[in-house]
Write a new protein. Structure first.
Length: 304
């Protein structure tokens, strides 16, 4: 077993645990709902994103925390390579252990698989008194949006892997900044799309969104661990990325936003994530970075 997976699994036993215990019948019912609602979400995403994408071959599984840990850590090992000699490595399994306790879904592009973490979704459902079917569909919509991103923009996987290798293996601060920018885009776009699922399909969408926001704001320990790597917390990536996407869509619609997927050069910089109008000027209207900055001086569309 690779060092990341071995270390993460050991810590997961102490920190993450198995999750809330559910009666066998309930656990099976949760898994059935997750898979059924994921199939519904699959069919919604091409229309909601306005992307010409086929998601029919994306695999979906309802998994345990340990299953998620195995899949995620193996993917990280394939991306980063051998990190056993790095002094930062003890933090890597620590991050994965905390994530195993909190993550509800993840799309893994290498295996083209969506993992829906049953015990964590069950815990979230019980903690906030949410509708199981609606939570399952809403969560799956987020992950299928990620699947759509990677399908229409094959450059994402290689580009992100390059940033991670440079940031983790070489301590490149610019690469870390690029990771923050790209992850903010990906997470913000998925956040935006999942919250455009029609109200008739997810009547409690507003409640789900507010519950998720409350949950993220309470996860301070994980945020501190991310900061040790110079990475923005996932909560910040969701929040600022969503604000970026909302601002761009307000200016140029989804058609304009979707130009971001055409090539890696169209990805926003971290500076642009906080100033969406600069990205619109550069990518949609073809201005140079210098011209975009000049054109947006004093613009009310610049995010603060």
């Amino acid at each position: 077993m690779d060092p990341i997976a071995a270390g993460a699994r050991g810590l997961a036993q102490l920190i993450a645990g198995r999750g809330p215990a559910a009666p066998l019948g309930t656990a099976k019912a949760v898994n059935t709902v997750l898979i059924t609602q994921a199939k519904r979400a699959r069919n919604l995403i091409p229309r909601l994103t306005e992307l010409d994408v086929d998601l029919s071959e994306v695999r979906v599984g309802a998994v345990s925390r340990a299953d998620w840990l195995d899949g995620a850590s193996s993917a990280a090992q394939r991306t980063i390579g051998d990190v056993s000699g790095l002094p930062e490595v003890p933090l890597v399994p620590l991050i994965y252990s905390f994530m195993a306790r909190n993550v509800m879904g993840q799309y893994e592009p290498i295996t083209d698989t969506i993992m829906l973490v049953s015990p964590n979704l069950y815990h979230f459902e019980r903690e906030y008194g949410l509708e199981r079917e609606e939570l399952a569909l809403w969560t799956a919509a987020h992950e299928f949006t990620h699947a759509a991103q990677y399908r229409v923009a094959p450059w994402i996987q290689e580009t992100l892997a390059g940033y991670v290798i440079s940031g983790v293996n070489k301590g490149d601060k610019k690469a870390t900044e690029n990771i923050n920018a790209l992850m903010s885009l990906l997470e913000g776009h998925a956040e935006y799309i999942m919250n455009t699922v029609p109200h008739r399909i997810v009547p409690s969408r507003r409640r789900l969104d507010m519950s998720m926001l409350d949950r993220r704001n309470r996860r301070s320990r994980l945020q501190h661990v991310f900061e040790c790597f110079g990475l923005n917390s996932k909560a910040e990536q969701y929040q600022q990325g969503r604000a970026f996407v909302q601002a761009v869509v307000a200016q140029v619609g989804l058609h304009g936003l979707n130009q971001v997927w055409e090539k890696s050069e169209n990805a926003p910089t971290l500076y642009e994530i906080y100033r969406p109008s600069l990205w619109v000027e550069r990518v949609v209207y073809g201005a140079s970075e210098e011209e975009a900055a000049e054109n947006s001086q004093g613009s009310q569309g610049v995010a603060q």
